[in-house]
Design a protein around this ligand. Structure first.
Ligand SMILES: Cc1cc2nc3c(=O)[nH]c(=O)nc-3n(C[C@H](O)[C@H](O)[C@H](O)COP(=O)(O)OP(=O)(O)OC[C@H]3O[C@@H](n4cnc5c(N)ncnc54)[C@H](O)[C@@H]3O)c2cc1C
Length: 270
């Protein structure tokens, strides 16, 4: 099926876009990493969300998610890896699945930290962001998993189950990826480890890795007042468009992005 609106990110911005897209009768699919990987999950108390002083981050996020689900949005726990236009629609890959949509809302939060040395050069040559997509390529071989998410250890176990020899590092620092034309290993805190592949499991994927050609400035996605990006049918909302990094701003921008995406879907569905 072709969804009216595809959304990447299950934080306040993405969930608000989902509710507001559904309010206009649009079919909505939202892909996100697990709730426990969302920054709001770590907020002990949120004092400045209007009307709800002292609410905990998990309470607020849980309420947003229940609202989006009750509105009829489809929510799937998958990491979005790339999106590309085909004619008037967008194809979005979520791990081993591909989804089609008339519009796309990027609500993937702020990317914390820079690319690792060697990461961009060796992407697709042993550097992967997805264990379930690329794991089979490295059956019977040495792989290193570098995880910054709650679910990373489970993904390392998945690779072990399919026959990879896995070394797992939980939230490592001081990492360099080694290799000229293909990954040959990693250096973690000065210690070299041999590897044929390195899986980088982060809660967020850089917007430009997801959508080549997307305009960004100082790491923030460039948007107009309708939350439209430079790419036709692509809107962005929340922390990925820059500060202030706050839930209320994210929810407000998500509302605008959801409405704009709904309008776009109407235009392309004549
Ligand atoms: C400790 C802490 C305390 C905070 N306290 C407050 C506070 O008191 N008040 C306040 O207003 N704000 C607070 N914030 C900030 C607030 O959490 C953020 O501003 C808000 O969550 C941003 O919403 P968002 O929807 O733009 O992005 P996010 O909430 O970051 O949501 C994006 C989601 O998309 C997922 N994602 C990213 N890329 C992909 C992909 N490729 N595929 C699938 N999923 C993906 C991410 O894992 C994440 O779950 C706090 C943040 C932290 C860390």
């Amino acid at each position: 099926m072709t969804y009216d609106i595809l959304i990447v990110g299950g934080g306040p911005a993405g969930l608000s876009a989902a509710v507001n897209g559904r309010a206009r009768g649009k079919s909505v699919l939202l892909l996100s990493s697990p709730m426990a990987d969302n920054p709001l999950w770590k907020a002990e108390r949120v004092e400045n969300y209007l009307g709800l002083p002292g609410v905990t981050g998990p309470e607020l996020l849980g309420a947003f998610r229940r609202h989006a689900k009750a509105s009829g949005a489809e929510i799937r726990e998958l990491r979005a890896l790339s999106a590309m236009p085909v004619g008037e629609t967008w194809y979005l890959s979520g791990e081993e699945h591909v989804f089609e949509g008339r519009s796309l809302v990027l609500a993937a939060g702020a990317v914390r930290g820079k690319a690792l040395p060697g990461e961009e050069r060796l992407l697709g040559r042993g550097v992967s962001y997805c264990a379930t997509c690329d794991g089979m390529l490295y059956r019977g071989r040495d792989v290193v998993v570098l995880g910054w998410t709650e679910s990373a250890e489970r993904e390392a176990d998945f690779l072990r189950r399919i026959g990879c020899a896995v070394r797992f590092h939980d939230r490592p620092q001081g990492v360099e990826i080694l290799g000229e034309d293909a990954v040959t290993g990693v250096r973690v805190n000065g210690r070299e480890e041999k590897a044929d592949a390195v899986f980088l499991l982060r809660p967020a994927v850089a917007p430009t890795a997801l959508l080549p050609g997307l305009a960004v400035e100082n790491g923030a996605v460039t948007v107009d007042r309708n939350m439209a990006t430079n790419l036709p049918g692509v809107f962005a909302a929340g922390d990925c468009t820059g500060g202030p990094y706050q839930a209320a701003k994210a929810a407000g921008e998500g509302l605008i992005a959801g409405q704009s995406a709904a309008k776009w879907a109407d235009r392309t569905n004549q």
